[in-house]
Design a protein around this ligand. Sequence first.
Ligand code: ADP
Ligand code: MG
Length: 217
Amino acid sequence: MAKNNKQVYDSRLAKSVFNIKHQRTFCMVKPDGVMRGLVGEILRRIEKSGLRIVAMKMLVPNQEIIKKHYPASDEAWVKRLGDKGISALEGLNLDVVETYGTDDRRELGDMVVKSLIEYMQSGPCVAMVVEGVQAIDMVRKLAGSTIPSQAEMGTIRGDFSVDTPAVANVEKRAIHNIFHASENAAEAENEIKLWFAGEKIHDYSLAGDEVMYNKHY
Ligand code: ADP
Ligand code: MG
């Protein structure tokens, strides 16, 4: 009996570990990243980390897909965009109302959503699905934080952009931060379904997986 229970536990555990190793996330080189010739550099960083690219395509997204991608009907998410803009003014000696025309988080968030739709359609994007150990958090780490001027050096956003909401919003545009990555499991699932609906997600092993994930000593 005890042995059977142990077997059940082992197989559940094995399944969980399999899922951790095969976690999938969605990410995208945004139009500014493509136009600056950074696709290869970004793919290199993803591949070098040991993650696998299991689907990829280049497209100019239509308005419909962008509106589904960014949850503009989610008030908390829209307000968070506004918050990011307001908090980015700290230390810049700029007045919130004078800079943005409002200090209302929702109003500012709505303005950002509008500019995001224009930004994402300003040229081709390279969309992909990336798989591997804790891929969602790993790709977010590679991306760095939303506001490039605050993103750590060594991250995609920190290394290749110095943009900030104070400048972006006065110029009535979204922050140009080169790269998108799903923030959590729910976003990853929705975004993969949205951008790769009915498309093949590939399955293969990297040569390095053998050394990384098998005990060979
Ligand atoms: P992330 O892309 O890091 O997940 P969000 O989901 O909060 O960040 O925002 C989506 C995108 O909207 C950002 O990547 C950025 O291009 C843009 N953005 C966010 N906040 C602002 C802001 N205050 N002003 C202008 N653009 C913004
Ligand atoms: Mg986000």
